[in-house]
Design a protein around this ligand. Structure first.
Ligand code: GDP
Ligand code: MG
Length: 177
């Protein structure tokens, strides 16, 4: 995890979006502090968290923005998207509605963000397999059609969270280099 003394070669802004309660804040907390909380309060005031990591011998500071409870459609302002090089579009695999709203979030993103933004679709809460409401294949197919990266994650079990961030950050790295 972060090392304050290290020189920074790049700062990449990445935004988290998706419906309320899908696990965005816990995904961020898992990535930035390796922590998880089962009774997380809704996000208030926190703008972003950072973690510095090394990609191809360069130090990259990931600046990850979390919605401050602005998850209603159209409530996320364009300032949130400004300068973002990556986006993580999160739904909850146990809540079909959160997946059905993904096209709206994508529309928002495409309206406000840079057209070259790197996007990953994330089906979170993969630990709740017995409550699954969104088949992996449906999401995979959607991601393919829309040309998005796709992974299922569990912030609780720390499954694929690191992988999801690395996928986005490495792709951004390759684009800027
Ligand atoms: P946000 O509104 O999208 O930021 O969602 P939160 O991160 O606040 O999470 C909402 C709820 O889902 C909280 O009770 C979390 O503990 C829970 N949660 C988040 N990620 C996971 C996960 O991977 N697995 C399970 N079982 N619960 C999760
Ligand atoms: Mg939150």
């Amino acid at each position: 995890y972060g090392d304050a003394s290290q020189k920074i070669d790049y700062v990449f802004k990445v935004v988290l979006i998706g419906d309320s309660a899908v696990g965005k804040s816990q995904i961020l907390s898992r990535f930035s502090r390796n922590e998880f909380s089962l009774d997380s309060k809704s996000t208030i005031g926190v703008e972003f968290q950072t973690r510095t990591l090394v990609i191809q011998h360069k130090s990259v500071k990931a600046q990850i923005w979390d919605t401050a409870g602005q998850e209603r459609y159209r409530a996320v302002t364009s300032a949130y998207y400004r300068g973002a090089l990556g986006a993580m579009l999160v739904y909850d695999i146990t809540k079909r509605q959160t997946f059905d709203h993904i096209p709206r979030w994508l529309e928002e993103l495409r309206a406000h963000a840079d057209k070259n933004i790197v996007i990953i679709l994330i089906g979170n809460k993969s630990d709740l397999e017995d409550q699954r409401a969104v088949p992996t294949e449906d999401a995979k197919e959607f991601a393919q059609t829309e040309e998005l990266f796709f992974l299922e994650t569990s912030a609780l079990e720390a499954t694929n969270v690191e992988n999801a961030f690395l996928t986005v950050l490495t792709e951004i790295f390759n684009i800027v280099n």
